[in-house]
Design a protein around this ligand. Structure first.
Ligand code: WT7
Length: 643
């Protein structure tokens, strides 16, 4: 099955932006003269001052990455103003509510107006270029408006996913010292309400940097408003003008910070800048999805993740697309919701995560077949490896064997897609992200950093920069170098392992560090561990990923209790609830095993390799356990495995 090849369909190649010959020409042109290649591509965004310097990159020493550095632009102008003459009345955002009876359409002209009004209000509240603004919103149009209004005034937005807890919100606000928070009364998901303002109020008890809070009225639920600090969105924007002078931003001025988990410590603030990111967002959105004028494009991600940043807002709007924003979940009111929305809005391009596909597969073909999917042309997958079985179901049942699937590999750090087939140019193999895009230089290295040639398996690195890559970790450039460029000197280390086949196709095998991917959500095992040990009953905790049929990986926690604490079922439930409260529901442990002892080396290091194998029921080849301080604990853990 893994060897299936789905050739490019001639009818798709004939009309696609890029066919195999064009792709080969692009790759060759980029290899011959990268600067000339990107000098042409930079025309995708609207510059106030055209750059003359294209690329200046050093992956060694202090690590410095600059693209189009002497150019000046404003991202909101590329997404809005320049479309007004031709597309003012075209729908920019189709909003589809959690409730199937609520939706809205916002034209480019209307969006521009709403962005300008909020941007003016933000300036009035004292927000200036370079200030950090936290956005904690549900999937409502206001989220896109808030992002673009920040860009308009040169403020750096930091979006925190609405499913994160008050603690997680607070630590992110603190780390980047945000001065403004934009939130809503409540969010809606799957028929339930999410108390965003109440969460924010709790978070703000420990956020002295916040001076103002703008609150969008979404559900109308009751909230407390603190006089002088909190302002209703409508009240504060209603009197503002409908135009707003965009802040001239240098290409390397920051556009946004987005926190993501690493293998150690607290989440890091991945920083993206303006020019290179916007060029990459536009380049990849147009080419990977073969986006054509007038098409309806739907990415099901949340704007709280990078996928939502690049492929709901910045990429599609830069390309003058109609982008669909969905507030709900795939399973509510029933498991046909995705396909009902596709039929209702005649979606042409649909981009979702493998975890959703696997969950829907379980319910069979009927909920899919019930809805008209004839508008669909391209299907996309992102967030984790898609197993061939799920790939083929997506292809056969959802796409009726008509729509190419683009399995897009990328990361928060990469800003946009790096490895993916182009629908009109690259034959697909179910389960493979296939080939790098032009300008992307992946390589596989062994654990000593030696480059591996041909068909092989190893650590996935990038040998050179592309315009959309992150520039630093906010406030900690040393950690940036340490995290990404020190494992393998002079190379960007992705943290992923991959196999490359004889055709040069990449097959991502998953993280090789202590990061796990739960339903496409990235989590540091260290974060879950520190949440667990913060509970008074817990002495020590070790968290690993375990295989999970739907979520890809589940969270498996080994917990050592303090002396005298009883390992009861009630305590187990309490710890699960505790982690949900500390981090958020996405970090809910799937299994907690009581561990009187953990396998440690004599120097005290926990041997996670062993814990991962026990959690995965792979206790046959546990490897060498002779270096353990107490080899006996391993058998104890195997005997008491949960599930
Ligand atoms: C990690 C990045 C990319 C935006 C959403 C996730 C995994 C992502 C794929 C794919 C196999 C994938 C990797 C990567 N991943 N896409 N198509 N095939 N693995 O962004 O939260 O920064 O996570 O997601 O392990 O390192 P993220």
């Amino acid at each position: 099955m893994a060897d299936d090849i789905i050739e490019v369909k001639p009818e798709i190649a004939a009309t696609a932006h890029i066919d195999a010959a064009k792709l080969a020409a692009m790759v060759a042109a980029e290899a011959r003269d990268a600067e000339a290649f990107w000098r042409t591509e930079m025309g995708r965004v609207a510059w106030m001052k055209e750059p003359t310097k294209i690329k200046s990159v050093d992956f060694t020493g202090d690590v410095s990455i600059k693209w189009f550095e002497d150019g000046v632009l404003n991202a909101s102008v590329s997404c809005l103003d320049r479309h007004l003459a031709r597309r003012g009345d075209q729908v920019a955002i189709i909003w589809e509510g959690d409730d199937p009876n609520s939706d809205a359409k916002v034209t480019y002209r209307e969006l521009h107006k709403r962005v300008c009004k909020l941007a003016n209000a933000m300036r009035r509240l004292g927000v200036k270029k370079g200030d950090r603004v936290c956005i904690y919103l549900p999937m409502i149009v206001e989220a896109a408006v808030a992002m673009l209004a920040c860009a308009r005034v040169g403020a750096i937005h930091s979006i925190v996913f609405g499913g994160f807890s008050p603690d997680s919100l607070s630590s992110r606000i603190q780390d980047s010292e945000c001065t403004l928070l934009i939130t809503a009364d409540e969010g809606r998901r799957g028929g339930r309400k999410v108390p965003l303002k109440a969460n924010a109020d709790e978070a703000l008890l420990t956020c002295p940097s916040i001076r103002h809070v703008v609150v969008a009225k979404n559900t109308g639920g009751a909230v407390e408003m603190m006089a002088g600090r909190d302002h209703w969105w409508d009240a504060i924007t209603s009197g503002e003008g409908e135009t707003c002078e965009p802040e001239p931003m240098s290409s390397e001025d920051p556009l946004f910070i987005l926190y993501t988990s690493g293998s150690t410590g607290k989440p890091k603030g991945v920083l993206h800048t303006t020019g290179g990111y916007m060029v990459w967002a536009s380049f990849t959105h147009e080419n990977v999805f073969d986006y054509r004028d007038g098409e309806i494009y739907w990415c099901t991600a949340d704007v709280g993740w990078v996928t939502g940043h690049t492929y709901i807002v910045y990429g599609p709007l830069a390309n003058g697309a109609t982008t669909l924003m969905f507030e709900g979940v795939p399973s509510w009111p029933d498991n046909g919701r995705f396909w009902q929305v596709c039929a209702k809005h005649k979606v042409n391009i649909f981009y979702t995560a493998p975890t959703a596909i696997r969950a829907l597969m379980r319910d069979g073909e009927a909920p899919v077949r019930k809805h008209d999917r004839s508008s669909l042309r391209i299907l996309g997958s992102v967030g984790e490896p898609i197993n061939p079985e799920a790939w083929l179901w997506y292809y056969r049942v959802v796409g009726d064997e008509r729509c190419p699937i683009v399995d897009t590999w990328w990361q928060t750090e990469t800003g946009g897609i790096l490895i993916s087939p182009l629908p009109g140019a690259v034959a697909q193999k179910p389960g493979s992200a296939t080939l790098p895009l032009p300008g992307v230089k992946p390589a596989l290295v062994d654990n000593d950093g030696n480059l591996l040639e041909g068909a092989t398996e190893g650590n996935l690195v990038m040998l050179d920069a592309w315009p959309g890559m992150m520039r630093t970790i906010y406030g900690d450039h040393a950690r940036f170098g340490q995290t990404y460029f020190s494992t393998f000197k002079g190379m960007y280390f992705t943290g992923d392992g991959a196999r490359r086949d004889a055709d040069g196709y990449y097959w991502i095998t998953g993280r090789v560090d202590d990061v796990i991917n739960v339903a496409g959500h990235r989590m540091g095992t260290a974060e879950v561990e520190s949440a667990l040990v913060a509970h008074p009953a817990v002495a020590e905790a070790a968290v690993v990923g375990m295989p999970h049929e739907i979520k890809g990986q589940g969270i498996y926690a080994y917990v050592t209790l303090k002396a005298g604490v009883d390992s009861t079922e009630a305590l187990r439930k309490e710890l699960v609830a505790w982690v949900r409260k500390e981090i958020g529901p996405i970090a809910t442990p799937d299994a907690i095993q009581w561990a009187p002892g953990l396998p440690k080396t004599r120097s005290g290091k926990i041997m996670r390799r062993i814990l991962r194998k026990i959690a995965a029921n792979e206790t046959e080849g546990l490897g060498d356990t002779s270096t353990l301080a107490d080899p006996g604990v391993v058998q104890e853990l195997i005997d008491n495995k949960v599930g």
